[in-house]
Design a protein. Structure first.
Length: 278
């Protein structure tokens, strides 16, 4: 292992910086590679990876990848099985993610209102944040009536797929939409730019998005952008099984979620010395 670590150190020292200058700072190649590795392991979920698989996927020499994995294992960011041949994301990734949520004043403010909405409606309520072309789930309140888990904190979905993402895309000009075609999650998913743009136009007109089995079969979602910043980065949604969605229940969902949005927007701190993250 010592030889592998030495090879890794030499490799990283030789290639410590790369890429074009951005704001006068060059990207640190070793740091970028570490992040890429963690992202790959996180995306795999419960599918552990092998050394050669990771080395090939990231275009890294096997010895360098082994040394990087051992370094991250020793710090809890990566875990390995008893044979030392399989690798997965480590517990420190969870601890860091939890710290992100705990340190975010907007998530803290929204949580009790998510509880209120879930109790009032008996349905599942989500809070999500736009991250590039995806939406990351920041909080979820599951329905006691519908026990099938359709999301979890930390899950990412393409923004074009569900109510959260469409509510946030509607806050932006259609010119920012990717060209497509888009990935289909169900037969109802919008896969073309034109189809999605038409849906977003309807979202702007009604003031909230509707996901009719576009992300998960049998589930309808209603999404509401939280406009405490412009353009909105956060949104809330309510998910309900098709079998329970009557016209009266839909009207009730929209009314409660609009009220919840107003409460959150009125309570979230605006400035007052808090850090404004970009």
């Amino acid at each position: 292992m010592g030889a592998a670590v030495s090879a890794y150190d030499r490799h990283m020292s030789e290639t410590s910086e790369t890429g074009d200058a951005t704001g006068g700072v060059r990207e640190v190649k070793s740091a970028a590679r570490t992040v890429e590795l963690l992202e790959v392991l996180a995306e795999r979920g419960d599918r552990p990876a092998r050394l050669q698989e990771l080395a090939d996927g990231l275009g890294v020499p096997r010895s360098s990848m082994y040394a990087l994995l051992q370094t991250l294992i020793s710090r809890g960011w990566v875990r390995t099985d008893v044979t030392g041949s399989l690798y997965g994301i480590g517990i420190h990734a969870l601890l860091t993610g939890t710290s992100y949520l705990d340190s975010d004043p907007r998530v803290r403010v929204a949580r009790p209102y998510l509880d209120e909405a879930s109790q009032a409606l008996g349905e599942t309520i989500h809070l999500g944040r736009l991250d590039g072309h995806d939406v990351a789930y920041l909080a979820t309140r599951e329905s006691h009536e519908y026990l099938r888990t359709i999301s979890r904190v930390g899950r990412r979905l393409p923004a074009h797929v569900g109510a959260l993402g469409k509510a946030l895309l509607a806050e932006r000009p259609d010119a920012e939409l990717p060209e497509g075609p888009y990935e289909a999650h169900t037969p109802n998913t919008h896969t073309s730019r034109e189809s999605l743009a038409a849906d977003l136009a309807a979202t702007r007109e009604r003031g909230y998005s509707v996901d009719r089995e576009e992300g998960v079969p049998g589930i309808v979602g209603f999404g509401f952008a939280l406009r405490y910043e412009v353009p909105a980065l956060d949104a809330m949604s309510c998910s309900v099984p098709v079998a329970r969605l009557t016209p009266d229940h839909e009207a009730r969902i929209v009314a409660v979620m609009r009220e919840t949005r107003a409460k959150v927007e009125a309570t979230v701190p605006a400035g007052n010395g808090s850090v404004h993250w970009r």
